[in-house]
Design a protein around this ligand. Sequence first.
Ligand SMILES: Nc1nc2c(c(=O)[nH]1)N[C@H]1C(S)=C(S)[C@@H](COP(=O)(O)OP(=O)(O)OC[C@H]3O[C@@H](n4cnc5c(=O)[nH]c(N)nc54)[C@H](O)[C@@H]3O)O[C@H]1N2
Ligand SMILES: Nc1nc2c(c(=O)[nH]1)N[C@H]1C(S)=C(S)[C@@H](COP(=O)(O)OP(=O)(O)OC[C@H]3O[C@@H](n4cnc5c(=O)[nH]c(N)nc54)[C@H](O)[C@@H]3O)O[C@H]1N2
Ligand code: SF4
Ligand SMILES: [Mo]
Length: 578
Amino acid sequence: MNKTTCPLDCYDMCSVIYDDNKLHGDKVHPITKGFLCPNLNSYLGTPRIQKPRFKGKDISMSEALEILTKSLKESQNVLYFKGHGNFGKLQDAPMHFFRQMDATFTKGSLCDGAGESGVVAGRGESLSLPYEEIKKSRVVVIWGRNSSVTNAHFLEAIKDKILIVIDPVKTSIAKKADIHLQIKPREDFSLALLFARFVYIEQMEDYDFIDKFTNDFDYFVDFFRSFPVKTLVENSGLALEDVLTALMLMEKEKVSILVGVGVQKYAHGASVLRAIDSFAAMMGLFGKEGCGVSYLGNSMIGFNNIFPKGKKQVPISTVDFGQYDIAFIQGSNPANQMPNTKKVIDGLKETKLCVYFGLYENETSKLSDLVIPAKNFLEKEDIRFGYGSEYIGKMPELTQSDIGISEVELTNKLCKEFSFETLESEKEMISTIVGNNIYEEDGYLKNKVYQEIPYSDGFYTDDEKFQFMDEYDDELCEMDGYYLITSKYKYSLNSQFKRDKFIYLHPCCGFEEGDLVRASSPYGEAEFMVKLSDDLREDCVKIYSGTSGVNYLTPDESSLEGDSAIYQDTKIIVTKVV
Ligand SMILES: Nc1nc2c(c(=O)[nH]1)N[C@H]1C(S)=C(S)[C@@H](COP(=O)(O)OP(=O)(O)OC[C@H]3O[C@@H](n4cnc5c(=O)[nH]c(N)nc54)[C@H](O)[C@@H]3O)O[C@H]1N2
Ligand SMILES: Nc1nc2c(c(=O)[nH]1)N[C@H]1C(S)=C(S)[C@@H](COP(=O)(O)OP(=O)(O)OC[C@H]3O[C@@H](n4cnc5c(=O)[nH]c(N)nc54)[C@H](O)[C@@H]3O)O[C@H]1N2
Ligand code: SF4
Ligand SMILES: [Mo]
């Protein structure tokens, strides 16, 4: 039996059996429990790029590498741009080459970076909650995470809990919740401060915890008291009664708060996570059985990074491809997934050589001069770490194919051409990366950092204490139009697999199902077909990640902290196309 791990960018990190050319969910893995999601189920059936291509013409792999080498040798100005099409750690191998040739790297994130910097400011490091701890909670708060779509294997762990969902959309998990706070988008900061204010009024603080494990609580009290309750309630778009009901459900209980990326696709995303953490710290929810705040954890915690980036780095969400002679794009589809598609496409057209290194055809491969097919996760040796649990996943090479080249092989070929130091073998690199920081339990690997309940011995800050927030930065500019919700679609993994094509609006918005509409923002416009949904608030539109056109509408700006994309920090005007 061939066991491996799902390579896709996902909280669940499923354990996978590859048998008879098919992928199956591992029945004995405690989280996977025998089923895979529609995305991995589509993996083997999705047509791959078979052959390298240069300016539209099929070529051999050695010709492709020759063109790449020659162009790289002639250029001083190279961008290395990597996405997360495959979460394996050895996917970073090309950094080894591009660092030695002094290419420009990206910093920050298209994903979770704003929130992460808020978590790090308070806790020093972002650890997620072990699956087993979530199971021990009595109350689970799902805050800006669409667990039934993006985190489906965790539903089993939370099925008997008191469930609070905080989301502008009536998601299917929200419909099952004991209470759903259908918050106004962008206002989670206000809600976290409201919670904090009423914890204070009702004297629900955990004073022992605050004394022993935190700093600057008094400043935090002054900080949240500087916001009038009335303003916070109005901002949140919620009834105070519902906010208080949710808080009372948490009183004196073991509470896990599972936070997703939905709350932080904004300039002030770091402050949102810091405020949620500060509220949780006030309640003493860290370091105790069945308690904690789980955001997307740092998957590399405890491990050695053998692929450091080069010194030259630019924020990823504002990359201007046109400034580089060569853009080498790996495991990503920026022409669809990056904000401000018009600017991205103009830039990709301007580069002298745009190189796409991936598995599937997409908007970026079509715009690229040189297309290099990759090996898929079954055809190369790797290991992956998770951002949603304590598990580690082996990804052994299980099959071979004539198609594509692995990231490690490509790196070694380029290093040889440039007389740079080559890589060690895959097994040696994996062993250096993990060091002695893993252990085995019931046949599966886990990260030793999670052997103890996260933060039970203190935090990862200089004085090992949680740092409460006491200031706040935001760049809110008032605009007309609908809030944009752009979240994940069940049948696609960002732009991979089956994509959606609709804009979703509330039935009261005056459009009919099937209408063709033009959506516009200060960044651009695109046309979509309407679907009506009373799961939305009346002030929101929803367009899933991966939908063609959505990122024509999104801002190519970075969050105030964390150099992260801020997809939802704009408003959308919708007009009917006649
Ligand atoms: N099927 C599937 N699974 C995926 C992915 C995929 O594309 N498809 N992508 C993977 C990746 S890359 C990631 S990062 C994770 C992310 O997974 P999640 O963290 O679940 O992220 P999203 O789906 O973007 O958004 C989650 C929820 O946030 C809500 N939301 C939007 N704006 C706000 C707001 O202002 N406040 C609050 N409280 N909620 C808000 C949305 O309605 C949505 O229900 O999923 C991974 N898993
Ligand atoms: N509107 C909007 N935009 C978003 C988001 C959103 O919610 N809404 N979400 C953002 C988030 S959270 C993320 S993480 C980013 C994701 O953005 P990207 O990282 O660009 O993700 P994908 O679109 O999934 O593209 C992954 C590509 O990786 C390639 N690939 C797969 N496996 C391998 C491999 O083994 N080797 C190589 N070389 N290539 C491989 C595939 O061909 C695929 O085209 O998008 C962001 N963009
Ligand atoms: S749920 Fe996530 S980890 Fe599991 S198979 Fe699907 S994409 Fe992979
Ligand atoms: Mo992501």
